[in-house]
Design a protein around this ligand. Sequence first.
Ligand SMILES: [Fe+2]
Length: 182
Amino acid sequence: MARLQPLWTAAASTDAAEITTFLRARGVTYERWPLPDAVRTVAAQPRLDDADKARLLAAFSAELAAKAAGQGYGSADVVAIRPDLPGVDDALARFDRVHFHDDDEVRAIVAGHGVFGFTDDDGRQFLLTVEAGDYISVPAGIWHWFYCGSDKFITALRLFRDSAGWVPRYRSTDRGVPQARA
Ligand SMILES: [Fe+2]
């Protein structure tokens, strides 16, 4: 279950309906995707081979077909971040700076967790911790950043209209997660 933390209030929320409404008002789509136990087991493995990834995509074939038809997310793959993967810190450092993409950033989390950060129109920030069963679509052009927990462990389906649109465009050369601003 996701956790929403607007930094201008001490009140965090884990209520899916509340989170959905809050994010929808800011252009971000949030859904819960039910995860069968078999999916959870495959997704939480230390390493996923191509067959494992194909099983995960097959398990969500109905959801993926609906997103392809409804939102044009016609392709999907699986990414598994693990702490002992070569180059993992460099890979994560591409996305923990404030950036946007030319395509929507769409993820269905199937294991582990991570945090999306956003800046509201008035400059205030809010954080959304996502974990297994959370689906999020961050529209093209919206400033955001993403970081893993210290365990650097997350498995996610990535949905694309055009994978070329996934290249991050940075707001500045500042490295790392921006300083928290309420
Ligand atoms: Fe991003």
